[in-house]
Design a protein around this ligand. Sequence first.
Ligand code: AMP
Length: 219
Amino acid sequence: MNIIFLGAPGAGKGTQSAYLKKQFGMAVISTGDMLRQSVNEKTPIGIKAATYMEEGKLVPDSIIISMLKERISQPDCETGFVLDGFPRNLKQAGELDHMLHQKNKSIDLVIYLSVNEDDLVDRIVGRFVCDGCGKTYHETLAPPKKEGVCDVCGHEHFSKRKDDNKETIQARLKEYHRLTMPILPFYEKQGCLAKIDGMRPPNEVTHDIVKVVKEHQTC
Ligand code: AMP
């Protein structure tokens, strides 16, 4: 199955994608993670993308679309993948359809995690990730069971995303409304959009996601 997660920053796309990877062994493609790695490694893509990311703006389509095209051509995506953070606008959604069509494939399911945006800033400002395995935590809502130690891999180093601060979040939300929200009707028309309330505890959200994945909606 090829699945897309849509939702505002902090809606839980990363957490739920990680679950699908663990449970169903699906390849997870997070364009944000790929870009952050490029920024850390100071690759030509990373150097170009860094300013946009720091300002909470979308990285130009030309960069992100070719990056995605290369990634979905890799063998681990043959049997299906989960997209977290792509597409972010209608141009990207159209290009994705085109790319998949050329491979005789399509998007099977688009999961839209709806959230109350008043709560998003707290969710985002408090989050941090394990440097070892990438598991996401939250200072008050979801801290590690043992302080300073990752529940999953036992690593003791964590980091915060540079763009998870109040100012950048406002810019990211603005981009989300202006450019990403208009994708919803695009997939609704294709009949593959499932809306899930992302405000509940993560395990309840996961339960509903597994249900729709099993129902295997096809565009
Ligand atoms: P994310 O981790 O998905 O929140 O993405 C972090 C940042 O990476 C975004 O604020 C954008 O600057 C950039 N980014 C990630 N995915 C895309 C995309 N599909 N198109 C454009 N920019 C992206």
